[in-house]
Design a protein around this ligand. Structure first.
Ligand code: NAD
Ligand code: MG
Length: 380
């Protein structure tokens, strides 16, 4: 029996993690943390019997306490609550399925408490990878990728030596606007941007897929996870989303991981690594699929990728600026306050005015985040 804690249990990754728990009988849930959806959280509590629930919103936490007073369960709230869920003694693995850089502190706390991390929350690694990876090493904990591309690379590296990697070929679907030019993106709305061709995910990452910011974040995530140079990572558009990523080795051999687009595979792989388990669901049928095609990413139109590479090359606090600006810009787009293309304007403006800190510590990362938010509020 393995015991896990899930941060972000009511979201896309969180609910699919619980589907894996339901299917695999030897997983137990110690803690569930969510933002504000207490109706779903209550159903999850009644089904999976955790000993702790964390709700970000204090008022909602109170409401939940009232609704489940027939149960013996502690309900906590705010950052303290999240940290308690991340460090609960019973859990061996913490699934970080929370969205945004709010995940940094709980991830660090979980590592310090000796938990392995099933990492979905890429924003954490993008902004604090230089702190998190050495900390994980020091505490002898595993960072197990849940992001499908990184899980694919992780699987391709089984039995291989990292120093034999020539390059990582990170695949991208191209998102809902693949093939469109800048002019055509001027008037696109939320509904268009949320129509991802292959994956059903939370709103923030779906918008990030449309801007190609997601792929940029994934380049940075890959760099930390696999300890490679930026120029060893190449993004390849593969619109059918059946090749989840590939590794080219020194000798020119390439190992890819393929399958139908289903996040339960990387989630399950992270939870049981190095063991593989049966997973129900659709299987890839090559004859039906017919073809797998490839393209170069259109970096002239989808500025999310080149801006991310620029932030990664500059390093230091710049990836935090890139990420924080994007987080706030995406919220504003989802609130219909800015247009789709303004997401790029906000990110590039925030990067242009930032005074870089070479090797930011946690406080400096969080201060930088706040400065970016304040700057955006004062201008947009
Ligand atoms: P989502 O929006 O569906 O879910 C986010 C979860 O985080 C929800 O449970 C929400 O309640 C919780 N949350 C948000 N703010 C919180 C807070 N302050 N305190 C506690 N809980 C909070 O998002 P998602 O699509 O599941 O994505 C989660 C993370 O996984 C993101 O970092 C995303 O980039 C990454 N990811 C997702 C997918 C996917 O298929 N959905 C794939 C790869 C990576
Ligand atoms: Mg991904």
């Amino acid at each position: 029996m393995k015991t896990i804690s899930i941060l972000g249990s009511t979201g896309s990754i969180g609910t699919q993690t619980l589907e894996v728990v339901e299917e695999q009988k030897d997983l137990q849930v110690a803690a569930l943390a969510a933002g504000s959806n207490i109706a779903l959280l209550e159903r999850q509590i009644r089904k999976f019997h955790p000993s702790l629930a964390a709700v970000w919103d204090e008022k909602k936490a109170k409401e939940l306490r009232e609704n489940i007073k027939d149960l013996k369960l502690k309900v906590v709230s705010g950052m303290e609550g999240l940290l308690e869920a991340a460090t609960i003694p019973e859990a061996e693995i913490v699934v970080t399925a929370i969205v945004g850089m709010i995940g940094i502190r709980p991830t660090i706390a979980a590592i310090k408490a000796g938990k392995d991390i099933a990492l979905a929350n890429k924003e954490t690694l993008v902004t604090a990878g230089h702190l998190i990876m050495p900390l994980a090493k020091k505490n002898k904990v595993k960072i197990l990728p849940v992001d499908s591309e990184h899980s694919a690379v992780f699987q391709a590296l089984n039995g291989e030596k990292k120093n034999k990697i020539h390059k990582i070929l990170l695949t991208a679907s191209g998102g809902p606007f693949r093939g469109k030019k800048r002019k055509e993106l001027e008037a696109v709305g939320i509904e268009d941007a949320l129509r991802h061709p292959n994956w059903s995910m939370g709103h923030k990452i779906t918008i990030d897929s449309a801007t190609l910011v997601n792929k940029g974040l994934e380049v940075m995530e890959a760099r930390w996870l696999f300890d490679v140079e930026l120029d060893q990572i190449q993004v390849v558009v593969q619109p059918q989303s059946v090749i989840h990523s590939m590794v080219e080795f020194e000798d020119g051999g390439i190992i890819a991981q393929l399958g139908t687009p289903d996040m339960k595979l990387p989630i399950q792989y992270a939870l049981f690594y190095p063991e593989r388990r049966f997973l129900s669901g659709k299987r890839l049928d090559f004859a039906k699929l017919g073809q797998i095609t490839f393209e170069e990413p259109d970096e002239q139109t989808f500025l999310g990728l080149p801006l991310a590479i620029e932030a990664a090359q500059k390093g230091g606090s710049m990836p935090t600026v890139f990420n924080a600006a994007n987080e706030r810009a995406v919220s504003k787009f989802l609130e219909r306050k800015i247009s789709f293309l303004q997401i790029y304007d906000i990110i590039s403006k925030c990067m242009a005015v930032h005074c870089m800190i070479e090797n930011p510590d946690l406080d400096q990362i969080l201060e930088t985040e706040q400065q970016v938010y304040d700057y955006i509020e004062s201008r947009w």
